[in-house]
Design a protein around this ligand. Structure first.
Ligand code: SF4
Length: 90
């Protein structure tokens, strides 16, 4: 492997490493249900009890009525929001 190839590989690795660690619980849940499942802490995903820019939990595919979320721990308000918001298809 040439030095240039090694540089590209290193760059790609750093790019992948910069992905949000907040998404790790999502990846674990999505890929292997036998792995101990951990939900993200509210603080880690900037959860708030109010909508943001019109986005709210009740419109997110990860929301679990009446007050839960597949990937964020604790009681979740239908009117809340976090950085993992994923809109339901319209
Ligand atoms: S916006 Fe965040 S907290 Fe709300 S349902 Fe979606 S992933 Fe869960």
């Amino acid at each position: 492997m040439s030095k240039r190839d090694q540089e590209i590989t290193r760059r790609e690795f750093l790019k992948l490493s910069s992905c949000s660690l907040a998404l790790l619980p999502v990846a674990l849940i999505a890929t292997d249900r036998s792995v101990a499942q951990t939900k993200a802490k509210k603080e880690a995903v900037q959860y708030q009890d109010t909508p943001k820019n019109g986005q709210k939990c009740v419109d997110c595919v990860l929301f679990e009525p009446p007050e839960g979320c597949k990937v964020v721990e604790g009681k979740i308000s239908p009117e809340g929001w976090c950085s993992l918001f994923a809109p339901k298809p319209s």
